[in-house]
Design a protein around this ligand. Structure first.
Ligand code: CMC
Length: 396
């Protein structure tokens, strides 16, 4: 057997040093570069937060202007990238397309990339942040069979994304006036800020591990997207909605709570629990309020929200959930908001990708700037055979 500390799921292993995000799971504190998430969600824009994460300080007005200008400049996709979408069947999951298309950017930006040059690294990070909403919207339009919409320099980051998602060539907008509606844009902005970074979560750790080998950054972020897809991580927002549909009505809640508690049943209440937050998820507190605002305007009396609130109430009173400190996390609410904004369910995790790209590229920049970063290489506790002799085929 090996002589290493056994830490499955990395419950107590710090894999790196980082100055980007601080979490106190007991107290429900989340800081980006020292700023409380509550203040950023209230006063900031997503691009301002992305700048903060990447550069360490909030931008001045001039810095934010140049940053936004540069993002607009990089938002277009190379025309040849369109052919990648053609290869996907119309019903391919958008997350599968995101993994493929983000990864394919490494083929466009590789030979010229000098990873030793900080300016090359900065531009790579900017490109990913700028292009990710364009790619995300293209994934949706590919599955809908609609023509792609180019990004516009006159629109903000969130407005641009909504326009690329929903506008028609006739300049009409499909489904009310959401993309210019301040309630929808405010909600999107807050959700992107809340999802922008969360220190060494599974996807960020994946990006760091892949990057520690010196691999192409677009390929490393594609690895992060793959890790985010799972229902225990970013896929939870899509899973919450499927679960609510499965529950169907308030009177069936006790049955599903009982299932979540049954150790012989793999069912879990999606959107509940967190590895780090053991009292409350500060992001959930913020987003709950936004959820009300959005639903007041867009719910169209969708019974799903009432069902979600009733489920939350039942679970929070249940001894099992109290004992295990299982509270609603940010993704219990994010899917409900996205649904109200007419974002299709299979795009929910893609929305998370857009936001988390800011965090991934910030961690990548931080790591690559370290002079002595080492390849990530965990060890294992070997549980197989002791050494034994090869047995010829006829004697097995
Ligand atoms: N429903 C029922 N039981 C649960 C749940 C749940 N949602 N979450 C945890 N438990 C139980 C689990 O069965 C275990 O019980 P026991 O100690 O008797 O074996 C105990 O609580 C601890 O759970 P764990 O899986 O050891 O905890 P973890 O820190 O490894 O997992 C988690 C955290 C978020 C993966 C888990 O709570 C979960 O699967 N939640 C549902 C999925 C979800 O909402 N994920 C989104 C997380 S927030 C967004 C993000 O950061 O990506």
């Amino acid at each position: 057997l090996g002589v290493f500390t056994y830490d499955p799921g990395f419950m107590s292993t710090a894999s790196c040093k980082s100055a980007i995000t601080y979490i106190d799971g007991e107290k429900g504190i989340l800081l980006y570069r020292g700023y409380p998430i509550e203040q950023l969600a209230k006063h900031s824009s997503f691009l301002e937060v992305a700048y903060l994460l990447m550069n360490g300080e909030l931008p001045t007005e001039d810095q934010l202007y140049s940053f936004t200008d540069e993002i607009n400049h990089h938002a277009m996709l190379h025309e040849a990238l369109r052919s990648f979408f053609d290869g996907f069947h119309y019903d391919a999951h958008p997350m599968a397309m995101m993994v493929g298309v983000m990864g394919s950017l490494s083929a466009f930006y590789h030979s010229e990339l000098n990873m030793e040059d900080p300016e090359h690294r900065r531009i790579s990070a900017m490109r990913m942040l700028a292009k990710v909403p364009t790619i995300a919207a293209a994934c949706y339009r590919h599955s809908a069979g609609w023509p792609f919409v180019y990004p516009r320099v006159d629109l903000g980051y969130c407005e641009n994304f909504m326009n690329m998602m929903f506008s028609l060539p006739s300049q009409k907008f499909i489904g009310v006036d959401q993309y210019i509606d301040p309630v929808a844009i405010k909600a999107l902005n807050i959700l992107f800020i809340l999802h922008a970074d969360h220190e060494q979560n599974a996807s960020t750790s994946t990006v760091r591990l892949a990057s520690s080998t010196g691999a192409n950054p677009y390929a490393c972020v594609a690895a992060g997207i793959s890790a985010l897809w799972g229902p225990a991580h970013g896929g939870a927002n899509e899973a919450v909605l499927s679960m609510l549909s499965e529950i169907g009505s308030v009177d069936r809640i006790p049955e599903f709570i009982a299932r979540a508690k049954d150790k012989n049943d793999p069912f879990r209440l999606m959107g509940f629990g967190h590895r780090v937050y053991k009292n409350f998820d500060p992001r959930a507190t913020i987003i709950r309020e936004t959820c009300y605002e959005v639903l007041e305007k867009y719910s169209n009396n969708d019974p799903l929200f009432e069902l979600a609130l009733a489920l939350e109430e039942h679970a929070l009173k249940d001894d099992y959930f109290i004992e295990k400190k299982l509270y609603p996390n940010v993704d219990f609410y994010s899917g409900i908001i996205y649904k109200a904004l007419k974002i299709p369910e299979d795009m929910f995790t893609v929305m998370f990708v857009i936001a988390r790209t800011a965090g991934w590229v910030s961690h990548w920049l931080e790591m690559m700037a370290e002079s002595n970063h080492r390849i990530g290489r965990p060890r294992q506790i070997y549980t197989g055979y002791d050494q034994r002799e090869y047995v010829a085929k006829e004697n097995r």
